[in-house]
Write a protein that binds this ligand. Structure first.
Ligand code: GDP
Ligand code: GDP
Length: 438
């Protein structure tokens, strides 16, 4: 089930970051063990009442001349239109309505996406509501007075945001199709890969506009299996500022990964694994998606019998947190191993949804603990009593133990590896929930 995406837009200094941090609070996305993935706060998991959503801060650098800044603000609005389910447009009561606000509003009015207009810095409890009336001029609906600084009005604003979330049910008919996100930094060959896959007379219906999004997804069928490639059209729009390009590619990756079953991380063989690849891969890992690492442009490098192993070693080091993701060396240009990639997508998708019966699971657990004794600490020995699978996508297991603190990382890793050996969970992360049982 994909979580809705809410994108915060607005010109510099209206308080976007303050609002973002306020809403994200402690819940800034730092998920389990993704070492090496530095987190700049672009996205966060937020929960309001019974709604969970992903909050994206589109605001980036915002430096340079007036003209450059203006262009950036509009680009940010475009990104929001492309990727979000609901757009949160932030303005500033102290500055009043500015030209930049009007420009953003013009752009936002042209999308079908719901837009919530927040007027920030309304700090006093006796709010001077007169001041917010002028924001009706933007024709974005009722302005909502908030103070990100003082945490005022945020509840009403969030009520309005979640009221616009799409209903869960309209995804039903696609359900037998595997949703695939091709992710990676710019120029690694994502569009070429999608074109290569779609090009071979496999397109059943092209360019069906998404029902709830402006994005366009491409469905195909190969050997009786349906796939939907999540649109990455926006990737074509290029910015000149490096930080901006990076930020946009991360925002797009978050949006695509949120909706996918399987994420294919594309790496450029000419560059090897870069910091940005690590960040983007981390998004799929944190979200618990099935993942494949595709090294593209394999045609364009000089190779000998050691080259592939060297790449595998580097990937193993740089993406150490996702050893489960299979690797494949492809060329979008020549089509080399593109069929193999499609088969892999199918396999990892099945593994992501794999269910193991409790009986079989516990046989493996008994054998594993017999082969390697659970560790002891200060005279107390860890005991693993029982385990059961509670959900899929990703496979999630509850494991009952005598004392949680004794269940160290290394033994957890051991148990995970035993499960992987027994059931072949290639391509999917596995989550554990550890419970104490008296
Ligand atoms: P951004 O550029 O839109 O991300 O804006 P920031 O979050 O960096 O905020 C810009 C300035 O406005 C900072 O000095 C904040 O402290 C201030 N600010 C943010 N929210 C509020 C608020 O609710 N009330 C007041 N008075 N100041 C605020
Ligand atoms: P995107 O930004 O990730 O969508 O990348 P593109 O698909 O636009 O490709 C960027 C550049 O890499 C283009 O010039 C492509 O022709 C080139 N390219 C893509 N795939 C391959 C490949 O497999 N081999 C080679 N040699 N070049 C490729």
């Amino acid at each position: 089930m994909s979580k809705p995406i809410v994108a915060v837009v607005g010109r510099p200094n209206v308080g976007k970051s303050t609002l973002f941090n306020r809403l994200a609070g402690e819940r800034i996305s730092i998920v389990q063990d993704t070492p090496g993935v530095t987190r700049d706060r672009i996205y966060a998991d937020v929960e309001w009442l019974n709604h969970k959503f992903t909050l994206i801060d589109t605001g980036g650098m915002e430096i340079g001349s007036e003209e450059i800044i203006q262009k950036q603000i509009l680009q940010q609005a475009e990104i929001a239109i492309e990727t979000a389910d609901v757009i949160l447009f932030v303005t500033d009561v102290k500055a009043g309505v500015t030209d930049d606000d009007r420009q953003v509003a013009n752009k936002l009015r042209r999308t079908k996406k719901p837009v919530v207009l927040a007027v920030n810095k309304v700090d006093s409890v006796k709010r001077d509501t007169m001041d917010i009336y002028e924001f009706y001029e933007l024709a974005i609906g009722d302005p909502m007075p908030i103070s990100a600084g003082q945490a005022l009005g945020l509840g009403d604003m969030l009520d309005e945001v979640v009221a616009h979330f799409p209903e869960e049910s309209d995804h039903q008919e696609e359900d037998d199709a595997i949703k695939v996100a091709i992710i990676g930094k710019p120029n690694v060959g994502k569009s070429s890969l999608i074109n290569r896959i779609l090009g071979e007379d496999r397109l059943i219906v092209s360019n069906i506009p998404g029902t709830t999004r402006d994005a366009i997804d491409s469905p195909i069928e190969v050997d009786g299996q349906k796939y939907v490639f999540i649109d990455t059209a926006g990737m074509r729009r290029k910015s000149k500022i490096k930080e901006e390009i990076e930020r946009f590619s991360i925002i797009r990756a978050v949006a695509a990964v949120e909706r996918c079953d399987v994420a294919v991380l594309v790496i450029d063989a000419n560059e090897g694994v870069t910091d940005q690849d690590t960040k983007i891969a981390g998004i799929a890992h944190e979200r618990g998606k099935a993942a494949i690492i595709a090294v593209n442009k394999w045609d364009s490098i000089e190779k000998n019998d050691k080259t592939m192993n060297q790449y595998l070693k580097d990937i193993g080091n740089e993406l150490a947190y996702m050893p489960y993701a299979p690797r494949v060396f492809i060329s979008a240009q020549t089509g080399q191993r593109v069929n193999r990639l499609l088969e892999m997508i199918r396999t990892v998708n099945e593994n992501h949804a794999l269910r193991i019966s409790t009986g079989v699971l516990n046989e493996v657990l008994i054998e594993a603990t017999a082969m390697q004794q659970p560790p002891a600490d200060k005279g107390r020995q860890l005991r693993l009593y029982y385990m059961t699978q509670v959900s899929v996508k990703p496979p999630t297991f509850v494991i009952f133990v005598n004392e949680r603190e004794l269940f160290h990382f290394s033994y957890r890793r051991y148990i995970e590896n035993q499960l992987r050996e027994a059931f072949g969970f290639m391509g999917t992360p596995i989550h554990f929930i550890v419970r104490e049982k008296g």
